[in-house]
Structures are given as C-alpha cells and as structure tokens.
Design a protein around this ligand. Sequence first.
Ligand code: FCB
Length: 427
Amino acid sequence: MNFPKDFIWGTATSAYQIEGAYNRDGKGVSIWDTFCHTPGKINDNETGDIACDHYDKYEDDIKLMTELGISAYRFSISWTRIFPEGDDEIPNAKGLQFYDNLVNCCLKNGITPHITLFHWDLPQTLEDDGGWLSERTINAFVKYAELICEHFSDRVEYFSTINEPQIITRMGYSTGQHAPGLTLPDDTVLEILHSLAKAHAAAVRAMRKCAKRKIKIGFSSTGNLCYPSTGSKEDIEMAKKLTFSTNKEDFLFCHQIFCDAVILGKTCEYNRSWDDVEALNPPLDFLGLNIYNGHEVSSDGIVKHGIGFARTVTPEVLCWGPVFMYERYKLPIIITENGFSCNDHIFLDGKVHDADRIDYLTRYINELSKAIDAGTDVIGYFHWSFTDNFEWHSGYNERFGLVYIDYATGRRIPKDSFRWYSQLIRR
Ligand code: FCB
C-alpha cells in the first residue's frame, strides 16, 4: 500500500457515544438523553449516561491515542454542554472548559483535533419548540457554530458542520429508530433535510467570517455506494449510475440528496421543491465520507449474492466510493468513518484478539490506496471508532473500537487491531 507522507491517519468518536456525564457541569438535556430514558427505545434500555466515561478519562484516552500514533482525532462537541437550551444568551463556561482541556491535551500530544459540531445530539428544548422545522433551530445552530469557531479556531483548523444528514432524517424522523423517534411523512422529512442544508450553509458562512485564521470546513456524508464486479467499462458505468440513482424505498440513504445541494447548488429527483439551492453551497474545503459497505454491480445491475455472503465486508467500496464521489464533487476527501463491529471479548490470556477486524481493515485500506493511485484526492482516514462505545439504538451490543471497553470497570484494553493500525501508521 502506498500513502502520501502527509496523509492524515486518525480515529473518530462522537460525544454522546463516549462521554457519559450526561447531566454534569451544567449540561442540558439532548434528544438522545430523552430518547434513551424512554423505556423500549434502545436495546436493553441502555443509555449513554455513563458510556465510556470519556468525560473523566479523556487524558488516559489521549495518552492511548499517542501510543497508537495517530496524527488526528475526530470528535464531536455536545451542543447542550455549550448551550444547555440550544440558544442560551451566554455559553456554559464549564462545557467550554471541557473541550478546551480536550483540545489542549490533543495539541500537547501532537494530535490534530477535528471538530464535528453536530453528531445528532440536538438540544431537547429546540426539539420541543419545533426542532428542525423551526427557524429557531437553524438560527441556534448558526449561533453555536459561530461560538465554537470563535473560541477554538486559534487552535483548531478542521471543522465539520453535520454528521450524516441522511441518517439524521432517515432514522430520527422517518423510521423513528433514532432520537427523537418520529415517523413523519416523507414531505416533512424532506423539509427537515432542507433545514439541515440551510443550517449547514449559514453556519459555513458565519464561521468563515469569525475564524481567527484560515480554517478548513466540511461535513460528513453517507449513503448508498456501488462498486463494479470487474474493471470493464460497462460494469464501472453501471456502478456509477446506480450509486447516484435513488432507490424509491430508501430515498434518504443517498449522497446526492444532500451533497448535490450543498456542494453543487443543485436539486436531485426528490428535493426539486428546494427553491434556494443556489444559495446553499458556500465553498467547502473537504468532503467527509462515512463508508462501511456497498453493493456489487455488473453491467446488468446489482449482483445478487447468495445466503452467507459477507454483506458488511465489501472492501472495493473504499476504492470506488471515493473515486465516484471525487469525480462528481471534486473536493478533497477525508474518510471520516470506516470500521467493523465484531463479537469481541477478552480471551483467557487477558487480551482481545480481533483477527476479523484486522482482516477487514487490511482489505479496506488496501482498496483505499488504489483510489489514491488512480488520482483520487483522499487526504485522510479516520477509523470508527477509537474505543467501543454506545452504538445508538443497539446500545452496547456492537463493538467498533480499536480499544476494548470493559464497561463494568471502565478498563481500556487495546485490541490486536490497535497494534496492527499502529504499525500501519508508522510504516
Ligand atoms: C455511523 C455513525 C457513527 C457510528 C457508526 C457505526 O452512522 O455516524 O456514530 O454509529 O455509524
């Protein structure tokens, strides 16, 4: 595998999934606090109340990241630690202090912080007042983005506005599996997506104005991606076509429904009613892609695999996904998430041997290097995730970490994949 010398190697997390301390130091209630405290919503009624207790253990965690050898850490800020009610007059000093400590600790250890502003934990007060269907939420997001940018841009260069607008709308407001657990009609869900696009665009403009130095702004997109069965022109053309043609049943799970608007200033099949798209695309510096798996396609269409096909292990998607996305959007790409949930446990020797994850990563990262060889401008890769953590409606059932968390004691155990990733980075 060949990677450029200055390639960004990192790991990613999000606030609600790791921090815990859900009601400490003036933090307000987010929709994920409410959702998890509602019986029946999460597997085994688990919550992020404590999670990995990263709030108290962040120094240990960053020490481990230093051992891992990553050059960058992607984390999100909990909006309700900063503005408990979403748009309070004054920010919560203790909330800012926590992220000051975190950022400074990263910098002291030579790790570049990448801040995500909104990884799904909307302030409950805003949701109660109409959520993303209300102007108040859009304005509140811009105010929050501005504050974070003003406060941190002296030390932080990389900012992402929103993580996965596609999943926010699909699972939070359409299927209802995620907070706030609503099942709204498609038209209304599209209005919510439109608001997210407006909030993103206005936040980008506000951040450019108040940044203390030249910063880099992007967001993280996810959605259906296809890869060709063979290198034939026909297979490749079909894979590209099916990547960007929307599936009616799951129209929210596609990149173009958001990316066309906020990058190209265009609508696509399902959002023609957005009459302001030309104002939604202030220039960005990178496009974040969260890529886990994709569909194999031949010139006849999607290839049907039989029972037992490893649907979550489709490494070629980490080559063709970036290739197709770069061709269409022409922005430098950062893989902001990629990883694998395994049935990890502590072996008799006290270690966590996760050969499956090592195999997955070897295959995927190898494919990523092919995208770069083919001229795709991929500038970084963030493994999801640093530690095992709270996996939304699945609770603690899924383990995505390079570091195992023994939830009973809070103990961190670096898995075999931790050492593998560390060697890869050093090489
Ligand atoms: C993504 C989310 C991230 C994590 C991974 C497994 O959709 O952005 O928080 O849950 O999936």
